[in-house]
Design a protein around this ligand. Sequence first.
Ligand code: 5GP
Length: 256
Amino acid sequence: MSRKRMIYEGKAKILYEGPEPNTLIQYFKDDATAFNAEKKAVLDGKGVLNNRISEFMMTRLGGVGIPNHFIKRLNMREQLIKKVEIIPLEVIVRNVAAGTMSKRLGIAEGTQLPRAIVEFCLKDDALGDPLVSEEHIAAFSWAQPHEMDELIALSLRVNDFMSGLFAGVGIKLVDFKLEFGRFFENDMQRVILADEISPDSCRLWDLETNEKLDKDRFRRDLGGVTEAYSEVARRLGIIKESQQGANVVDISGASK
Ligand code: 5GP
C-alpha cells in the first residue's frame, strides 16, 4: 500500500509521515467499527467517500475562518494535513437527542434540544471514551482553560456553519464529534480542528423523512451504508448524480 513511514494506525485511518516537516498524510481506510471495535466490517469505498467529504467540510470551514489541519487532498484515499498534538478529548455537539444522550437521559431519539449542547469524552478506547466534565478536564490537565474556551467556541461555530450547510441540501445535522490539536508554528501554539468530518463522525438525517444517512446504518444493521454516504456526497455536490451508485472507488480516477 505504501512505503511511507507509518506513525499511527487507528480504526478508520492511518497516519504516515508527511513530505515536509510538520505535515502528515492521513489515509482513509474502508474499515468500519462500532461499539468500541466489537463490531467490524470492510465497506467498499467508504474511505474514498470520507476523504472527499472531509476535504469538502474542512475546506469550507477554513473558508469561514475556522482553523483546521487540512492542507490538500493527495489522491482518492489520502490527504496532506498539518501535524498537531491531539488534545485527548472528543468534543460532541448535539442539536437533536440521539445515541448515547437518548440512552443516558431517557430522551426520545429525535427530540429537538432547547439549544446546542456540547459534551466532552476522554479519548481512551480501553475505557470506551467515557463522558467527562470540565472539572475532570481541568483537574487532570487534559486541556488548559484557555484551550477549553477555544474548543467550545470553535465547536459551536462549526455547528452553526454545518447546520446551515446541511439544511441547504435537505439534511438535518443531529450531532457530531470533533477532535482538536495543538499546532506549533514559529514559537506560537494554537488550537486547530483535526481528524475528520464525515458520516462516520456525524449523525445526518434526511430533513423530510428522517432517514439515516450516517454510520448508524452500520451500527444498527440498516444496510446501504456506502449508498447513504454517497447520497451525502451527491447532495453536497461532491459527486455527480451519474456517479452515485457507480463503484465509488472509481469516482476520482486512479485506483489504489
Ligand atoms: P454518541 O455519543 O451518541 O454515540 O455519538 C454522538 C456523535 O458523535 C455521533 O455523531 C457519533 O457518530 C459521534 N461519535 C462519538 N464517538 C465517536 C467515535 O469514537 N468515533 C467517531 N467516528 N464518531 C464518534
